[in-house]
Write a protein that binds this ligand. Structure first.
Ligand code: S3P
Length: 452
């Protein structure tokens, strides 16, 4: 579509109780975390990397454009396979313009890690959501390699980075459980002589470590002294192009799975879902709530465990979700809270401080949205407490999606089980992570509809 035809007006959408239970089998798009990393590491490898199943959401397309602007060859074949011609570790070139990473925190933070040890200047920005998110969590450790940053007040984007010409390696203990910060430091270590080590007291998703190994880097992972992991990357390897098959994103599958659990009588299957153990906290939590989830055709695809997940609706009970589980389901709390709203009894989700700095403040947004839909909910410290009455929530509210795809999808799903429809003011953010969400859910019988 030409630029002047892009819709700049909000796209309201409603979820309402469907006439029949949800049924059928779908496959959701590729994993967002793995897709970003495949493009970035492909761009730093020598040779051509072929990526199948890449998520073609706006976040990942922003990374593709950024790697192209930095000198890598990135193109999509008509069959949907993406080809990345890498420049080798340390080989990226200064881009001719500002790099705009849209809504994507992962793209911004991981790319800053790469740029920190390339001796070039780069200007980085994003949308209103990304420009409000904390970047000091990466610029602070990346400065220790010798990179220089000029940021907006408060460490915010837009920023300018001048990468270190003679970087020094680092041992860094994560002050927050963030795979993005871990990855930024490891990726900076890639073009640094010697060994760079990250200690993570709480285990976070490990796609960067796995994929670095897949491309031929030496990565050592050992238990850390006080718990968690110590991850060391040996700097300045030659990365060798390697094919990547991206599994379906469990964080996207989550919306269909919870819909299947809360719409009475439903029976649905989501195929090929990535089940990396650092990502499956939602499934553990739903099982504790009594969910009927079957793992079918468990297999390894592209080095990651995957399975087809079949869920059948039934009665859910409240549960106590421990704080140490948060990193393995960090993006799934809004939709878990929707499941909790349809359960019988209290669900306490503990230790959710990081939810405040996602695409929106998801702790507040989830609580306010549920409350508007007639659900008893409270924020106690960093805990979210939902009291499910065991019957269907009232619904009947309009929720602001606040440039946050997961808030938008979670409340549309709540509408499927509520007494009155739930509206979101703008469905456009959904395209950042889950293009095709509406038609795919409607194939299961959701009946999401635009409203005038
Ligand atoms: C991601 C890590 C998580 C997650 C984000 C993707 C990644 O962020 O919320 O959607 O790909 O590394 P944090 O690591 O900052 O918690």
């Amino acid at each position: 579509m030409p630029d002047d035809m892009v819709s700049h007006s909000p796209a309201p959408l409603a979820g309402a109780r469907p006439a029949a239970p949800l049924s059928g089998t779908i496959r959701v798009p590729g994993d967002k975390s793995i897709s970003h990393r495949a493009l970035m590491l492909g761009a730093l490898a020598v040779g051509r990397t072929e990526i199948t199943g890449l998520l073609e959401g706006e976040d990942v397309l922003a990374t593709a454009a950024a790697m192209r602007a930095l000198g890598a060859g990135v193109e999509r074949r008509p069959d949907g396979c993406w080809l990345v011609d890498g420049v080798g570790v340390g080989g990226l070139a200064e881009p001719a313009d500002i790099v705009d990473l849209g809504n994507s925190g992962t793209a911004a933070r991981l790319l800053l890690g790469i740029l920190a040890t390339h001796p070039i200047n780069c200007f980085v920005t994003g949308d209103a959501s990304l420009r409000s998110r904390p970047m000091r969590r990466v610029t602070e450790p990346l400065s220790r390699f010798g990179a220089r940053f000029v940021t907006r007040a408060g460490g915010l984007l837009p920023l300018a980075v001048t990468g270190a010409a003679d970087p020094v390696p680092l041992e860094y203990t994560l002050p927050v459980p963030s795979a993005q910060v871990k990855s930024a430091v490891l990726l900076a270590g890639l073009n640094t002589p010697g060994e760079t080590t990250v200690v993570e007291p709480q285990v976070t998703r490990d796609h960067t470590e796995r994929m670095l190994g897949h491309f031929g880097a030496t990565v050592r992972v050992a238990p850390a002294a006080g718990g968690g992991k110590r991850i060391t990357v040996v700097g300045q390897p030659e990365l060798v192009a390697a094919p990547i098959a991206v599994p379906a994103d469990i964080s996207s599958a989550a919306f269909a799975l919870v819909a299947g659990l809360i719409v009475p009588g439903s029976d649905i299957t989501v195929e090929g879902v990535g089940l990396n153990p650092s990502r499956t906290g939602l499934l553990a939590s739903l099982k504790e709530m009594g969910a009927d989830i079957a793992y079918l055709n468990e297999r390894i695809e592209g080095g990651e465990p995957v399975a087809d997940l079949r869920v059948r609706a039934g009665t859910l009970a409240g549960a106590d979700i421990p704080p140490e589980r948060a990193p393995s389901m960090i993006d799934e709390y809004p939709i878990l809270a929707v499941a909790a709203a349809c359960a019988r009894g209290r669900t306490r989700m503990r230790g959710l401080a990081e939810l405040r700095v996602k695409e929106s403040d998801r702790l507040t947004g989830t609580a306010e949205g549920l409350s508007a839909c007639g659900v008893r909910v409270a924020i106690e410290g960093d805990d979210l407490v939902v009291d499910g009455a065991g019957n269907l929530p009232a619904g009947g509210a309009t929720i602001a999606s606040r440039l946050d795809h997961r808030i938008a999808m979670a409340f549309l799903v709540l509408g499927l089980a509520a007494n009155e429809p739930v509206r979101i003011d703008d469905a456009r953010p959904i395209a950042t992570s889950f293009p095709g969400f509406v038609p795919l859910m409607n194939r299961l019988g959701a009946g999401f509809a635009e409203i005038g």
